[in-house]
Design a protein around this ligand. Structure first.
Ligand code: G6P
Length: 614
């Protein structure tokens, strides 16, 4: 999705903005641009281009006046098109009519048509098809010598969501930023301030970050930051120390972030479980839940709201809560939740699962559940993200930054975290010390298990090569493997653009089996779990229709070869943990298929890492 980087300070803004925009590339975008305040002419110079940041750099070299490249004030943007096609004109920054104000905007201005027609009647001309351009014109119209007040007055008129950064020729060392529904982080350095929609554009410069809340307006110079509300009341925002370092957001020798993140899973799972597994008591300790056993024992229903990969992790989690803690659990697509008028009872707890902590629909579901009186816990990866802050309690994944658009390590850490939550809740109910201990010990071997799958990458790559030309795929499984089948299909379609569907193995014959044939491979998820034999039966049905079958099965299962064409083997493990090794095998399979097909793995077409619009 769109990204913002703004700089004010004592250094040349261009390099900092461009390197920040590179860091935001992973979010997905289709055009970009930069506005710099030319110190000699006191004019705003803007360069924009469709395509990649590399194209923007080429355009900057060709079009930006030389003295502007030394500017110490500037804003940059990566745009993921919503209103208007991804071309140069629609790219941000947008200039106001008189050229004195430049803005970048993430989010959607819902009443832009009404605002645009009013401004047009008053003589403002619009050059783009975007909703964002109205902000630039409104700031110009509202300006009476104070940029912050002009932005505040503008924001009082707009409806919708925004993260914005604004600069003006009248204030050569000031940047104003604001947020409502779209994140803005503010990096505080010595003599410099960097504003960005994502901390990954900031951490190479500083670890001291302020996160704006909805309704905050920031006025920043190099030496000072002030935050006020739209009504101009000063507010104080704590500085958060970000412990991600730059190595974590670089590829570390891997060809793609996705591959790096797949390989990081043993470490990520260790970090997610470190200090949280209490062997002696057969339980887990998750202080972020902020719950005593009394409260835990009282929960009588869990609602899980999430999107995409996080939703499939949530479906695994649902099984955990029901199997280990006997708490009825339900998973809802977050967008569905917010509009369905869900039933929330007194002891209903909601889990909002989100890697980024910024997904618009998940955030809206959190707010709706809170409005209805539910206690909401966040299961997020990004520290300080909106969902993490608004829920106030929950469990961080500690998986480290996930840059590849296709989520990998977040899934395995989400599943690990929910297993730990379910064990803790189960221990306040019917789960005995002995069973708890066994589960905790099994969880301790997860990093090793993850590594054992990664060690088979070459075999998985060979199988990928055999099937990379297929244009349709099915993934089938039951029980714990049902959501993992959907996640496997999602991984494949996200990065290889192969049409893939995840189905409950039993459901295949209620329709989809009509599509099977020799060109449609089926991946059967059959580790040693309950119901495996039935799924093997379904695989036989596929083979009888000439579909090639790839099994993901447990090492040592000699019988499986008779029921498939190829086998990917995972190490033996407890049934509840099988989603983790199986999904890693699926991730590697999807990765290699996409690589063989020459796809853009880290930034697949049309996808965004963090979906901050509905
Ligand atoms: C986007 C990403 C997916 C992700 C989903 C939910 O669609 O491309 O990989 O699973 O958003 O994101 P979240 O940050 O809420 O987990």
């Amino acid at each position: 999705m769109c990204g913002i980087v703004g700089y004010v300070g004592n250094k040349a803004a261009t390099n900092i903005i461009i390197s920040g925009l590179h860091r935001l590339e992973y979010r997905g975008y289709d055009s970009s641009g930069v506005a710099l305040l030319n110190p000699r002419t006191s004019r705003l110079n803007i360069v924009k281009t469709p395509g990649k940041i590399d194209d923007l750099e080429t355009s900057l070299a060709a079009e930006m006046p030389a003295e502007s490249t030394g500017a110490t004030l500037g804003i940059g943007h990566t745009r993921w098109a919503t209103h208007g096609e991804p071309n140069r004109v629609n790219a941000h920054p947008h200039l106001s009519r008189n050229g004195e104000f430049a803005i970048v905007h993430n989010g959607i201005i819902e009443n832009y048509i009404a605002l645009k027609s009013r401004l047009a009647q008053e003589g403002f001309e619009f050059v783009s098809d975007t909703d964002s351009e109205v902000i630039a014109q409104l700031v110009e119209q509202c300006y009476e010598g104070d940029l912050t007040r002009a932005v505040a007055a503008t924001l009082e008129m707009v409806e919708g969501t925004y993260g914005i950064a604004v600069i003006s020729v009248h204030h050569p060392s000031t940047m104003v930023a604001a947020r409502k529904g779209s994140p803005i982080a503010v990096g505080i350095c010595d003599g410099e301030t960097i504003v960005a929609s994502d901390v990954s554009a900031i951490v190479q410069h500083t670890k001291q970050v302020i996160f704006l809340n909805d309704g905050d307006i920031l006025t920043a110079t190099g030496d000072n930051v002030e935050v006020v509300s739209v009504k101009n009341v000063p507010v104080s925002r704590e500085t958060t120390h970000i412990d991600w370092d730059i190595d974590q957001i670089e590829k570390a020798g891997h060809e793609h972030f996705m591959l790096k993140e797949i390989h990081e899973q043993p470490t990520a799972i260790s970090n997610a479980t470190r200090g949280r597994l209490v062997d002696s008591e057969g339980t887990t300790k998750l202080s972020g839940m902020q719950m005593d056993p009394y409260e835990m024992a009282r929960i009588d229903r869990i609602l899980i709201a999430a999107c995409g990969t996080s939703m499939y992790a949530g479906m695994v989690g649902k099984n955990y809560f029901e199997d280990f803690a006997s708490i009825p659990a339900e998973v809802q697509q977050a967008a569905e939740f917010r509009y369905r008028n869900p039933i929330i009872q007194r002891d209903t707890y909601m889990l909002a699962i989100s890697q980024s902590g910024e997904t618009a629909d998940t955030l809206a579901a959190v707010r709706e559940a809170q409005r209805k009186g539910a206690t909401v816990l966040g299961v997020c990866n990004v520290v300080g993200s909106t969902i993490a802050r608004e829920t106030g309690r929950g469990v961080y994944l500690h998986a480290g930054p996930e840059i590849g658009v296709a989520s990998t390590k977040a899934f395995t850490c989400q599943v690990s975290v929910m297993a730990m939550m379910a064990i803790a809740l189960g221990r306040t109910r019917r789960l005995s010390t002995q069973v708890g201990q066994r589960m905790v010990r099994e969880m301790m071997s997860l990093p090793e298990m993850a590594q054992a799958v990664i060690d088979q990458e070459e075999d998985i790559r060979r199988i990928a090569e055999k099937y990379a030309k297929a244009e349709d795929f099915f993934f089938i499984g039951r029980g714990y493997m049902y959501p993992v089948a959907m996640e496997g299909a999602l991984k494949l379609k996200e990065i290889s653009y192969i049409h893939a569907e995840g189905y409950h193995a039993a459901e295949l014959k209620h329709g989809p089996i009509a599509l099977l044939g020799e060109d449609v491979p089926v991946v059967g998820l059959v580790p040693d779990i309950q119901g495996k034999d039935k799924t093997i039966g379904n695989m036989q049905e596929c083979m009888a229709r000439k579909a090639p079958v790839i099994a993901i099965a447990t090492e040592g299962d000699k019988d499986i070869d008779a029921h498939c064409d190829d086998v990917i083997r995972i190490p033996p493990c407890a049934e509840f943990l099988t989603p983790i090794p199986v999904v890693i095998a699926e991730q590697l399979f999807a990765y290699h298929v996409a690589k063989i097909r020459g796809c853009s793995i880290d930034q697949p077409r049309n996808l965004a890492k963090s979906v901050t619009v509905e």
